[in-house]
Write a protein that binds this ligand. Structure first.
Ligand code: THU
Length: 150
């Protein structure tokens, strides 16, 4: 069983946020997925000049895990975000939690892996941390099980 260290996941999410492509919002988000074997898969938000096509950090990370055939191996998620400074670094001490669409995307991984995933929400700077289970962020979720998929 992999030991979950929220602070290590938050640190990985902060590193990932350095790769945010967010020239429009200037708001960098990083996400880190702890995998069953202790490895970490990350993602950062990837915006588009056609704004509505932008992808959130959590979605990028989970799609990366899926593309590696590892969707069922996710055991915990960390996310941070904040307004970018002049160097493109996320700033701020307020924890960021996943948007509604990302909660639904996280649910796909959660149900496929059979876990009520811990979601650790940190800030770009400082120690503030809010930890949830996905079922708190997205109660009564619709997911693969509703379509007979597991
Ligand atoms: N964003 C994320 O990456 N994840 C979230 O859960 C909330 C929002 C991104 C989308 C956009 O690039 C920027 O943050 C501002 O909304």
């Amino acid at each position: 069983m992999t030991q979950i260290d929220p602070n290590a996941l938050i640190a990985a999410a902060r590193d990932a946020a350095r790769h945010a492509h967010a020239p429009y919002s200037r708001f960098a988000v990083g996400a880190a997925l702890l995998m069953e074997d202790g490895s970490v898969i990350t993602g950062a938000n990837f915006e588009n000049a056609s704004y509505g096509l932008s992808l959130c950090a959590e979605t990028v990370a989970i799609a990366t895990a899926s593309a590696a055939g590892r969707l069922r191996e996710i055991v915990a998620i960390g996310v941070i975000g904040g307004a970018m400074d002049a160097d493109g670094k996320a700033t701020g001490t307020t924890p960021v939690s996943p948007c509604g669409r990302c909660r639904q995307v996280i649910n796909e991984a959660a149900q496929m892996g059979g876990r009520d995933l811990p979601v650790h929400c940190g800030a770009a700077e400082g120690d503030a941390l809010r930890s949830y289970r996905l079922s708190e962020l997205l109660p009564d979720a619709f997911g693969p099980a509703d379509l007979g998929i597991n």
